[in-house]
Design a protein around this ligand. Sequence first.
Ligand code: C5P
Length: 308
Amino acid sequence: MTNNEIWVRAPAKVNLVLRVLGRRPDGYHELWSLMQIVGLEDELRLRLRPSVTGIRLHCDDATLPTDDRNLVHRAAKLVLEQAGLAAGVEIHLTKRIPVSAGLGGGSSDAAATIAGLNTLLGLGWSVETMARAGGMLGSDIPFFFFAPCALVRGRGEQVLPLTVTGVRWMLLVYPGFPIETRWAYERLDATRQNVRPVSPAHATLARRASVAWEDVIPLMENDFEAALAPTHEVLQELKAALVAAGAEAALLSGSGATVFGVFRDEASAVRARGSLSQALGHQAYVVRASSDPLPCSAEPAISSLRLD
Ligand code: C5P
């Protein structure tokens, strides 16, 4: 890292719990979600370019837009506007997280952009200020400033960090098609009769600073599963296949289409990937999930950029 350049890692997330409650007057839904980052990361290199103005984004995935349709571009623009600066910023984005897959890749990239520019430009923004800026761009973005694990409520802007003690390994299976979040919410509204309240067992989680994986696993659920079952049968099949391959639990992440299984150790997750990927031919990733700080490296991750 030099004074005008920084590398930031942007981890994927899964939703261990995703309850979608009532629709709000602003058209969004009230959420109750337990989110956890996992060891699958995009990478961003941010560089200040004093000789030019504006934002230049380069991405190794040619299918993604690099103009202001990309959340990274929008995040950089917002930071410069809010800081009242006209600096030139060049960003190289390396994608590893599948796109529109329920893994929060675009949101994490945007959070990493805000955190990276905060450091690079010496803005001194608190995590709350960065999360508020992120929340203006997307509902999942504030979470990443309070990762690795947090309870997320409201539209996504109320984030309460939580420690999950112990380690689990996850097998993420991406079946190869995107699901548009807005469409998934519409399906949810169209297919359900009523909104179940948050259960007392879930509500208890909100009152604890620390929980064990053994407490969380029985509470794993995602309201999008029932909503998407009629149109995407493969999601239920994947879930059943993960449990049959030894997962302690399996769940859809976000609004899909990634389904993940939770395993006690890496070897079990690798074994399950072997049997499943041969049978199904989907993209599958074995990743670690814990509340430990991310492993040390020369490049800062978002969580190590926390300035509070
Ligand atoms: O905030 P974000 O752009 O990620 O949201 C994408 C879409 O998901 C929104 O346009 C909205 O339809 C839906 N959404 C919602 N309630 C939330 C978050 C997202 O209805 N809390």
